[in-house]
Design a protein around this ligand. Structure first.
Ligand code: ADP
Length: 306
């Protein structure tokens, strides 16, 4: 039965305790991905990324909670959803004796692909389809896995560490493919530990640690939050009260009465209007990039979401 469909992918309070395990691999994990959205799922090893993906693919069943894809329950209505999903496994498991072509033909029988698109993908990724998969390097096997995930232009892409093993040039091709899938309205859920990649291709990120979603942000918000550091030297005493009142000043350190260090995020013009009223003898600025914003979530003990 098709439920009212709000989100393309939805996990509702998923928990998973593996048989015999002492602790939960997932705790009440809730998240969603909409059409045209690329969701980056980030977290250290053992955080629960694969467990979430395996649950979405119905390879394992949750201890409690539920998940749906295109409005269909992944456990109860798995058959109805499979052909709408492009899936790339993290371990790159394939049939070692088949060649890439044979493998893609075989899958094509399961999910009729647009043949021309399959050939285009092979060309763009420079994939060698005529050798047994078992004889290919990890990167070349990964290319075949990417082709099989994308070739039927699915509405949903579930990708476990998709760019691992690809050289930088092919990573760029892969990012283009993600962009094209997004543009045609697919919902993409991808796990990754490469921060630069997530920053580049994802619209939103969720950070998972110890089976819990500890933070969720749009990339645009993270960019706004990423502070820049200004070291300022004034001719007279620094206008501390006025600086503290600026909404953009996140942190103010007084080095000496005429010198301050500020962490500033968001709109800079109010700061510059204030500085224009004073004699500033020196400005040094250091940009903090998104990577630092991510690391902040990775490293800090506190959870701020869910
Ligand atoms: P990630 O993909 O983020 O590295 P996983 O989902 O593989 O994390 O693992 C989450 C937790 O569940 C880890 O503590 C891991 O040891 C445990 N785990 C994963 N698979 C199994 C399994 N088949 N049996 C028991 N424990 C498992």
């Amino acid at each position: 039965m098709i439920e009212a469909m709000d989100h393309v992918i939805e996990c509702r309070r998923l928990s998973k305790k593996y048989h015999g395990a002492g602790s939960f691999a997932l705790h009440n994990l809730s998240l969603h991905v909409d059409a045209g959205e690329v969701y980056g799922f980030l977290g250290p090893n053992g955080a629960g990324k694969s467990t979430t993906i395996r649950t979405l693919m119905n390879f394992i069943q949750p201890t409690s909670g539920s998940a749906s894809i295109l409005g269909l329950d992944v456990a109860k209505e798995a058959m109805g959803i499979k052909r709408e999903i492009g899936y790339l496994a993290g371990d790159g498991a394939v049939y070692p004796k088949m060649t890439g072509s044979q493998y893609l033909e075989y899958l094509g029988e399961l999910q009729p692909p647009a043949k021309a698109y399959r050939q285009e993908l092979a060309k763009r990724l420079q994939a060698s389809l005529h050798k047994p998969l078992g004889s290919l390097s990890r990167g070349n096997r990964q290319k075949v896995s990417i082709i099989q995930a994308f070739m039927h232009q699915p509405k949903v892409l579930i990708l476990d560490e998709p760019s691992s093993g690809l050289d930088p040039l092919m990573q760029e091709v892969f990012y283009e493919l993600i962009g094209e899938a997004k543009a045609r309205g697919a919902a993409v859920f991808m796990s990754s530990h490469i921060l630069g990649e997530v920053q580049k291709v994802c619209s939103r990120v969720g950070i998972i640690r110890d089976g819990r979603l500890i933070a969720e942000r749009t990339i645009a918000d993270m960019a706004k939050e990423a502070a820049q550091t200004f070291d300022l030297m004034f001719k007279e005493n620094a206008p501390l009260d006025a600086l503290r009142q600026l909404a953009s000043v996140q942190k103010l350190v007084v080095n000496d009465p005429r010198s301050v260090t500020l962490h500033v995020s968001g709109e800079l013009s109010p700061l510059f209007s204030l500085l224009a009223k004073h004699t500033v003898t020196k400005i040094d600025t250091r940009a903090l990039d998104l990577e630092e914003a991510f690391l902040h979530y990775y490293q800090q003990g506190g959870s701020e979401h869910v």
